[in-house]
Structure formats: C-alpha cells, structure tokens
Design a protein around this ligand. Structure first.
Ligand SMILES: [Zn+2]
Length: 293
C-alpha cells in the first residue's frame, strides 16, 4: 500500500511528465478501473488538458482544463486512487501493452502515454467536481480529508488543539484521516519512535511542545523517505517512471521485531494494534499506565 511519500513521488513524476498536456484519446480496457466514475471517462478526458498534479495525503489528482493548455479550468479533476497495487506509468506509445493495463491516455503532442496498470484492481480513476476543501479546492471525494503535514494548509496549532480533544491513543489519532491525512502505519511507528512516545499514550495528556516535536518527527521521516524515493513494502509498487520505490534501510522500528533499537540497542517489540502491528522500543517508548488502545 503506497504511503504519502510514495504518492508524492508519483505526483512529482506526473507534474514533470504529464502536466500541461492535452489528452487526444483515452481508452478504458477494464471497466472495474472506472467503477466509481459517473459518465464515460474517455469522452470526459478527450480534448482536455491535465493542468497540474496535486496531492492531499494519499489522494492524487490532475485538475482539468476545458480544452488546450490556454483554456479555462473545467471545475473538475481526474482523481487517481492507486489502491494496493496501482501504478501510473509514463511510457512510449509503441511500448508493449502491460498485462494488467486498465486505462491508457494518449496526448495531442504524440509524446509518451500515461498508463494506469493495476494487478489487483482495487485502484480506480474518476472525474470528480472540485469543491472547497480544508484550506484549498479539492475534488469532492477528498473534501472530508484533513490537510497532510507537508501541505501549507496544515495548521500546527489547530492540530494540537484538536488532537487533545480526541481523548484517544496517539497512534489511533495519527491514523485518523479527518484529523491529519497521509500518515500510515509505517510512518506513524517511525515518528513515534523518534519522538519517544508509546503508541497508546493518551492524546489529552500530551503537551503542546511534545505535539510539535511529534509533528516535526512525522515531517522528518516523510521528507527523508521522499529523498530516497519513498518506501514501500509492496513489490508491485513502482513510481511514475516504472522505477521501484522500495526502500527500507532507514526504518528504525517498523518491521524490525527483536532487532536492536537503533538508539539504545533494546530489542524492538511488536504489539497488536487495530488488526495490524505496532513496532516500538520498550525502553525508549515505555508503555504508559493510562494507556488508550
Ligand atoms: Zn530504544
């Protein structure tokens, strides 16, 4: 499952290779890939320009212009959900068809195509109207999602207030997309380790400076992952140019059960958490007495 840094890597690829180009023809090869779309995706994209590449959390979209590059905004975006295994590839139009190719888009300039390839078909594409989101315009399906910590629209002070009001465990809060978006299981564990917080620490007991320290840790792990091309445990995941985003050497605790903590050498512990796992250091991140699972 791609996390925010992987999606940002894809966004940057789209911004570089696709933004500003006008769709000549789109072809849907598998209707499952457009199951949430209302209307005919090929007709909705034909002749329109993909203005830029935008992201909030793990959501990715390309705002549409009505026609060629100098026309008005259409008030709609092409929204891409990568799901578990979705890939957006920029390839030469003559390149062989991928086995799991779902949608392809050719451009008026005759240059590289954009292809949506998805083995497990959980991902999908849709054209969605733009609406007011938190801090900026977003496609309608993204309207309920909070800003992510790498966005300008993210308000640290407001986050601290809302976090303490949640009265829940800190990790559960970090994964709540209506409070802060784009933080998945891997980066939550890594950031909590850096901030020396156990995942079940009650949010209402955290001081503002500690919350800001945690936000700095979240941003640091994401920014470092970005510098390394993102991290992913799914070998199916590749970025927009087909390169693997797989990278795990920088991980301090995630997936490192019984291996030594990189700070103190204590074996990393794994605990069950919301049908998943939480990795932490028993010494650096002691379990609080008032734990909130
Ligand atoms: Zn430790």
């Amino acid at each position: 499952m791609p996390e925010l840094p992987e999606v940002e890597v894809v966004r940057r690829g789209l911004e570089r290779w696709v933004a500003g180009r006008t769709v000549a023809a789109a072809e849907v090869l598998n209707p499952r890939a457009v199951r949430r779309n209302t209307g005919d995706l090929a007709a909705q994209l034909k002749g329109r320009t993909l203005a830029s590449a935008e992201r909030r959390g793990k959501y990715l979209w390309l705002p549409l212009l009505d026609g060629p590059a100098d026309t008005e905004e259409a008030g709609e975006s092409l929204l891409a959900h990568l799901g578990m295994s979705g890939q957006l590839l920029v390839v030469d139009p003559t390149a062989p068809i991928e086995k799991h190719l779902r949608v392809r888009m050719g451009f008026a300039d005759g240059g590289p195509e954009l292809r949506f390839v998805d083995q497990r078909t959980f991902g999908h594409l849709l054209v969605a109207p733009m609406t007011a989101g938190r801090g900026r315009a977003v496609p309608e399906p993204v309207a309920h999602i909070a800003a992510d910590p790498l966005e300008d629209a993210f308000d640290d002070a407001e986050f601290a207030v809302r976090l303490r009001l949640r009265r829940t465990g800190i990790k559960r809060a970090l994964l709540d997309q209506s409070l802060i978006s784009g933080v998945g299981n891997i980066y939550a564990d890594e950031a909590l380790w850096r901030a020396r917080l156990h995942w079940a620490r009650p949010t209402e007991a955290l001081t503002r400076p500690k919350i800001f320290e945690l936000l700095a840790a979240v941003r640091a792990v994401m920014t470092e992952a970005l510098g390394q091309g993102g991290t992913s445990f799914d070998s199916l995941y590749v970025n927009v140019n087909g390169e693997s985003g797989y990278f795990d050497r920088s991980l301090a605790v995630y997936g490192r059960r019984d291996e030594p903590c990189r700070r103190c050498g204590t074996p990393v512990r794994r605990e069950a958490f919301m049908n998943r796992s939480s990795y932490s250091c028993p010494k650096c991140q002691p379990r609080p007495r008032n734990a909130r699972p």
